[in-house]
Design a protein around this ligand. Sequence first.
Ligand code: PHE
Length: 344
Amino acid sequence: MKERLQQLQQEALEKIAQASDLKALNDVRVAYLGKKGPITEVLRGMGALSPEERPIMGALANEVRAAIQSALEEKQAKLEQEEIEKKLASEAIDVTLPGRPVRLGNHHPLTRVIEEIEDLFIGMGYTIAEGPEVEKDYYNFEALNLPKGHPARDMQDSFYITEEILLRTHTSPVQARTMEKHQGRGPVKIICPGKVYRRDNDDATHSHQFTQIEGLVVDENIRMSDLKGTLQAFAKKMFGEDREIRFRPSFFPFTEPSVEVDVSCFNCGGHGCNVCKGTGWIEILGAGMVHPNVLEMAGFDSKKYTGFAFGMGPERIAMLKYGIDDIRHFYQNDLRFLQQFNRA
Ligand code: PHE
């Protein structure tokens, strides 16, 4: 029995030494120390021993068991350590490798111009209004003094969705919506930036989708001189302190009188160059005094209230400001174009 126990210890220690991973080690543990293992087996034969031998064998069996146990523990600690080291090695980061450059995005030039214009008008006490791009014929045309069949509707070829619904052709419907919300009470002082849609063939100066910024002020005693002063301040902030503006008579069904507004050329200062096509002036927006019909339709008393409105195209302003020669650059998202507007 003694030899058998010593032999078992020998065997177990060899197997423990050979075990190359934790699973193999556990197999050895189960095989030698388990309930059905050979040591238990041997101890079962103790009954056949003399009473003097029994405690001696018992003690020996315990020693063998303890020796196997401690060999197992030692090996287990070693294997676990190895595993941790392997894991650390595989997860090691070479901090000396050069980093990957992080490409910083930036605001789109149009966004930039729109935000600049927004800031400017917010500084003059305006708030920002918004309206839907999918708009009712009523707000896009009718409420703006363009009844069905009005010849001026031909000025804007529209994307109709149904007979009564279309993609807005300008941001002016937000005028009508905003006034309606005010329920006949002034003051109204808003600008509205947003996308608009027209059935144009895309080329260097036309796009089927572009942006506009609408402005609207309605209150008692609003006069054309207020419009002029406001746009003058805008032109100076946007294009330089020396800029002047001029009004030319024009026509929009929703304003009366209507004007087209020019700014003195920021390139040549008004002497005439290729930017202003030799005239010294550059057209930047359309504007006018809100037509009494428009005020009345939106619930304002046109005897008490007057107002002015203007509409401009951020694309055109960005093209002038940055010398961009093709409106399509704004929509193609060519990084070579966009990155020119990156600021540190
Ligand atoms: N909505 C007009 C356009 O798209 C611009 C405009 C707005 C004119 C407000 C006058 C007043 O051409």
